[in-house]
Write a protein of this length. Structure first.
Length: 255
């Protein structure tokens, strides 16, 4: 009786086991570190957004302190916009910084300056200019200035920068130029300019990865609509506390 011989398969060599990468647990310490990194990357966006909220509240109340904020905030925005490729907005922020000084002087002493220049038609001396509608004769010059500014800004952006959104960037800059002038004159129509500017900027800043500033301009758009009607009502109020023509001394600003 014989025994069958069963062939034995050769044993395959054992392949080395790859080391298993350790799984980093999601601890509160790691979350805090990521939050710190995020805040460090966006601190300027966040801080100028907070200043922007203060600014729009002061503008809605027609308070003269808005011009002090409008000097500080755009000075910081210059760097924010430049590092995100919004060169037109960076240039406009530089203009805002200088215009903030002009706006403060116009709101505080604009009527007095006109009086000293003999342009108040013999009325008693007042210090602050009133809220009014923009005269019809201003519309054509304003439109021409806007078109020229839009074209000039577009040429600068396409010739001297690598801006990826020159058309819209130039548009918001040109209209902002007009809007800031109208704000310094306390024309109610300045809100219409800002509604358009804010809506376009909301779209631009989302695309450029500036989330907090985008949210701010989305809020600006809504507040600008309310601001128009607020100023419309304020322009019709006639009493010493709110109407500058019956308030002979330097105003403290509307509360």
């Amino acid at each position: 009786m014989g025994f069958g011989i069963f062939p034995i398969s050769p044993i395959s060599p054992i392949s080395p086991i790859s080391p298993i990468s350790p799984i980093t647990p999601k601890t509160p310490k790691n979350k805090n570190k990521k939050m710190q990194q995020y805040l460090l990357a966006h601190w300027l966006d966040i801080f100028t957004t907070l200043l922007g909220l203060l600014y729009i509240w002061l503008e809605y109340r027609a308070h003269i302190a808005l011009w002090l904020v409008s000097i500080i905030m755009p000075a910081m925005d210059i760097w924010l916009y430049w590092t995100h490729g919004l060169y037109g907005d960076a240039g406009m922020a530089a203009y805002y910084t200088v215009a903030g000084v002009y706006g403060f002087i116009m709101w505080r002493y604009g009527a007095l300056i006109r009086t000293l220049m003999g342009r108040n038609d013999g009325k008693k001396i007042v210090y602050e200019i009133p809220i009014t509608h923009m005269p019809l004769k201003k519309y054509l010059p304003v439109a021409l200035c806007f078109i020229l500014a839009w074209g000039a800004t577009y040429w600068v952006l396409t010739t001297w920068t690598n801006s990826t959104v020159p058309l819209l960037d130039a548009f918001t800059n040109a209209l902002s130029f007009v809007g800031l002038w109208a704000l310094a004159k306390k024309y109610i129509e300045q809100w219409v300019f800002w509604i358009i500017v804010d809506a376009v900027c909301f779209y631009l800043y989302i695309g450029k990865g500036i989330p907090f500033k985008a949210g701010l301009y989305g809020l600006y758009t809504i507040i600008a609509v309310a601001g128009y009607f607020k100023w419309e009502r304020m322009s019709t109020e006639i009493h010493p506390e709110t109407h500058p023509e019956t308030h002979p001394g330097p105003p403290e600003g509307r509360e």
